[in-house]
Design a protein. Structure first.
Length: 94
């Protein structure tokens, strides 16, 4: 799967291939488009059957695009509970 991220020199498509490299880092200034980029990546991943768990305290009032996510945490207690659940899930997979 290729997750498109942009267009490089000469018009070559730039993207992330999670099968080749399962980790990605998104950095940038405030209001620089990190959240939109992550939403696009997540949407593409859910279209390919991935299970998405999202934790972000800034999600308040932005739930219209979160359809299809396995869990969403937007408060510190919710994020703590979600992290505990995911730790248990990863431990079971070992």
């Amino acid at each position: 799967m290729l997750v498109p991220l942009g267009v490089g020199v000469g018009g070559r498509e730039i993207g992330w291939r999670p099968d080749d490299s399962p980790h990605i880092t998104i950095t940038g200034i405030t209001k620089g488009g990190k959240g939109i980029t992550l939403r696009c990546i997540e949407r593409r991943a859910t279209q390919h059957g991935w299970v998405i768990h999202r934790a972000n305290p800034k999600l308040t009032g932005e739930s219209d695009w979160l359809e299809g996510y396995a869990s969403i945490a937007d408060t510190p207690p919710g994020m703590w509970a979600q992290s505990q659940y995911l730790l248990e899930l990863m431990t079971q997979r070992q």
